[in-house]
Design a protein around this ligand. Structure first.
Ligand SMILES: [Zn+2]
Ligand SMILES: [Zn+2]
Length: 135
């Protein structure tokens, strides 16, 4: 489902569906690690050494614009990408830089925000030290 939607979005934006672009889509499909563009680049380069960073960049750019993936800003220079566009927040560990998904379905503070109008985007982030860094 994710793959089909992503390929369709790329095609509608006039991009050719090349093998590297498919690899990017497949790498993102179900990925919970919130990779950076560089993570994705390094991964796809294992398959194809001639692969360019520009391809990663323009592919991600279109997927974000088309709402297929979400771009998450962190305190680091490079932003992260998330194929999960459903309602959830993030917990960012200041020590290891990992980004964890936070289930927001239990909370109801969003209901109030939504009464102001139609929410098109949101960013809910928690900062701290993750359990494995504390121990
Ligand atoms: Zn940590
Ligand atoms: Zn996430």
């Amino acid at each position: 489902m994710f793959k089909e939607k992503a390929v369709e979005a790329l095609r509608n934006s006039g991009l050719k569906i090349t093998k590297p672009r498919l690899w990017i889509v497949e790498y993102l499909d179900g990925n919970k690690n919130h990779p950076t563009a560089i993570d994705i680049f390094q991964e796809v380069r294992r398959e194809d050494k001639d692969f360019s960073f520009a391809t990663v960049y323009n592919t991600l750019d279109i997927l974000v614009k088309e709402g297929i993936i979400k771009q998450i800003k962190t305190e680091e220079k490079s932003c992260r990408y998330d194929p999960n566009t459903g309602l959830h927040g993030h917990f960012y560990c200041k020590n290891c830089g990992k980004l964890f998904d936070v289930d927001l379905k239990q909370t109801n503070f969003l209901d109030e925000t939504i009464s102001f109008g139609k929410v098109e985007d949101y960013e809910i982030k928690f900062y701290g030290i993750c359990n494995s860094c504390i121990n």
